[in-house]
Ligand binder design. Sequence first.
Ligand SMILES: O=c1ccn([C@@H]2O[C@@H]3COP(=O)(O)O[C@H]3[C@H]2O)c(=O)[nH]1
Ligand SMILES: [Zn+2]
Ligand SMILES: [Zn+2]
Length: 254
Amino acid sequence: MSLTVQMLGTGWAFSKKYNNTNALVQYKGYNLLLDCGFTAPAALHELNIKPYQIDGVFITHLHADHIGGLEEYAFQMMYTYKKKPVLFIPTTLRQAIWDYSLRGGLENPGENITSLEDYFDVHEIPVGVRTEIASGFTLETFLTKHIPDKPSYAVLLNDHFFYSGDTCFDLKLLNTLFYQRNCTAIFHDCQLFNPETVHATLDDLLTLPLEMQKIIYLMHYGDNMENFTDKIGQMTFAKKHQLYSFPLEEKSIY
Ligand SMILES: O=c1ccn([C@@H]2O[C@@H]3COP(=O)(O)O[C@H]3[C@H]2O)c(=O)[nH]1
Ligand SMILES: [Zn+2]
Ligand SMILES: [Zn+2]
């Protein structure tokens, strides 16, 4: 079986060219959306993908380029398609995503709509626990070094496909993924300028061994990406809308 990835966008938070870095991952017929930023509804429309074709959404953290499209998604699914979508949310983000991000727009006391569960079939994901989200499809989260005291998570699918979300350079995690967990694909955020702020810089990623670079796909990059196409070593720039396919063995938590 293969896992396929299609990036709805590959840009940084302020990109005006590449959309938000959000990904549609398909495995055994299950469509998982990794993050749903403010450009995601338009990006899905660009790909002629309807909201109801998504089987579940996973959220890495609460920045708008990762959750800003959830209000439209929630309203569309409730009022247009009359379906309750699945939301996979790291346990530590479950209350905050409602109280501090979605409640203002989604709460409707007059209709007794007062919680995240009124819109979503909510599945909390405990960090570091390999969780089966669909038959043979497992998801495991890692706390990333992004904004101090604001939890942000990376995700590992079926032990082999890693998606960084937003993180600073974390050599220890990358070594664990590559040498111990035998990762075969690493989609990683990449800040094209120095010094490091709250994302891994290209210069830091270029210090990685070449055999690791060969499986790294760079995303969450600036609009000046085209100035760097010959400056990324053995790594690859992930491109918006391109389909990437990775063979995966079946995984179960049993
Ligand atoms: O301490 C901070 C907090 C934020 N920021 C910027 O705001 C952006 C928010 O989305 P993002 O996480 O994709 O990227 C972040 C950075 O571009 C920053 O440079 N330093
Ligand atoms: Zn971001
Ligand atoms: Zn962020």
